[in-house]
Design a protein around this ligand. Structure first.
Ligand code: CMC
Length: 432
């Protein structure tokens, strides 16, 4: 808490509001006692300007395009780490030592299977079910299959073990749901493969056509997952915290976060981008038509993969993902016409005053789908990939929320009521 105070005058009376200052100099007015002291609430639909917690996990400066996990720049982490190292960092606050990482990997291998009874669930979803609804259902049921993992005193060794188990089981679930969806036999996790290589192998290995894991695919997947691993108080993370604040355990909270991520304004944008690029391509690359639709104030259409609530400059994740995208396509010798469509669309948007004046740049979802496609991952799995990446962030934020007396207070926004205030009740027979 800073020594400074802000002053607010309401109806001629002056109130002092404490100022909270973050370690990077961000300042916030502490309005927690505003209602009690003044009878006023603040109004901020969409939480454009509301801090819901103090956090030590991720630092983001949307004007300068900075993103850091626990103080480390994401470019350094993406270049030098594997995903599970970053997961460990997010969760514990420190990069693991070799011994800690080995233990984390061991836990992942040990707990990689899912209960065989859970596998039957896949058979009862209708064909073409969304992998996101399957994933969130499966995660919610883990509460019943692995109740010990949701206990405050986890007998299996605390939150890092729980995280390893969850990361590992969700990876297995995601790959199994894909195999079930295409009707192929399940491929079980292998102890000799790394986190990302194991996932790709479970997705693409077949008895009649063994899969060779390409190192470039593993590198790309590690980077993608790292770049998605946390993004402070976004919609799904805030959902995880909000649901968790009601006192439910980790699994229901994560399951709710998966649902929030699904939306096309959030993680679902990566699939929406591909559909948009395909549409433009099939429409004879009629860029002008789609740009005009997005600019029309009477048309709700938006260019997916552009814009961000917080970034008012190029999304630093998008910059790195764009580099990975070109490298992967070149190395795997994939010629994807949608890359050219994406590049041309970005070029046109970056020279259009509507987008420039609103600071609408490509976001994390713009180029990621082209990479997933080059790796063979189908469009309906893209948001599941985002969920796999975001999982350590959700867990770390849930844990931080639970360990802070203040931010674990049940989340409960206020409203300004605009309906009928009061009217006399009439019985049904008197209503005509
Ligand atoms: N295409 C066209 N116009 C846009 C777009 C877009 N993609 N995004 C924002 N705008 C316009 C919007 O119409 C508004 O114009 P005006 O000032 O004339 O009313 C202005 O830009 C500000 O937009 P906003 O809706 O107030 O911004 P927001 O912070 O509420 O929304 C957003 C942020 C990401 C939901 C939005 O930019 C969007 O819908 N983008 C497309 C979906 C997308 O790519 N989502 C992924 C976000 S990154 C991954 C993640 O964090 O999940």
């Amino acid at each position: 808490m800073s020594q400074q105070k802000a002053q607010l005058t309401i109806e001629g009376k002056v109130y002092d509001l404490p100022i909270i200052e973050g370690t990077a100099g961000e300042k916030a007015l502490d309005i927690r006692s505003l209602m009690r002291d003044t009878g006023y609430i603040t109004f901020d639909s969409g939480y454009m300007n509301t801090g819901s917690c103090e956090s030590c996990i991720t630092y983001l400066d949307g004007d300068k395009g900075i993103l850091r996990y626990r103080g480390y720049d994401i470019a350094d982490l993406a270049e030098n780490c594997v995903f599970i190292e970053v997961a460990y960092l997010l969760l514990t606050g420190e990069l693991p030592t070799k011994a800690e990482l080995d233990q984390f990997k061991y836990d992942m291998t040990r707990y990689a299977l899912i209960h065989e009874d859970m596998i039957h669930f896949f058979d009862h979803f209708p064909p073409n079910s969304s992998p996101m609804s399957i994933l969130s259902t499966m995660v919610a049921t883990m509460h019943d299959f692995y109740p010990e993992m949701d206990l405050e005193e986890d007998p299996y060794g605390g939150l890092t073990t729980t995280t390893a188990r969850l990361l590992s089981k969700i990876r297995t679930t995601a790959a199994f749901s894909y195999k079930k969806n295409i009707g192929h036999p399940l491929v079980y996790p292998r102890p000799d493969l790394s986190y990302c290589a194991n996932f790709l192998n479970m997705m693409f290995d077949r008895p009649n056509m063994p899969y060779t894991v390409e190192p470039v695919a593993v590198i790309a997947l590690n980077k993608l997952l790292i770049l998605h691993a946390d993004h402070e108080q976004n919609c799904s993370t805030s959902t995880v915290r909000l649901v968790g604040s009601a006192g439910v355990g980790l699994y229901p909270s994560i399951s709710a976060g998966i649902h929030a991520l699904w939306g096309p304004a959030h993680g679902g944008a990566n699939a929406a981008v591909m559909l948009m690029l395909e549409r433009i391509y099939r429409d004879g690359k009629n860029y002008d038509k789609y740009i005009a639709m997005a600019k029309d104030p009477n048309n709700p259409y938006r260019l997916s993969g552009f814009g961000h609530r917080v970034y008012k400059t190029y999304d630093p994740r998008a910059k790195l993902i764009k580099e990975v995208c070109t490298a992967v396509l070149e190395t795997l010798n994939v010629k994807d016409p949608l890359l050219e469509v994406a590049q041309e669309l970005e070029y046109r948007v970056s020279n259009d005053d509507y987008f420039v004046s609103r600071n609408l740049y490509p976001n994390v979802d713009f180029y990621s789908g082209i990479i997933y496609r080059a790796l063979g991952i189908p469009t309906n799995m893209f948001t599941v990939m985002f969920a796999l990446g975001r999982l350590p962030g959700w867990i770390a934020q849930w844990q931080e929320m639970n360990s802070s007396k203040d931010s674990s207070r049940i989340g409960r926004p206020r409203q300004v009521y605009q309906g009928v205030v009061s009217r006399p009740f009439s019985k049904i027979e008197d209503r005509g």
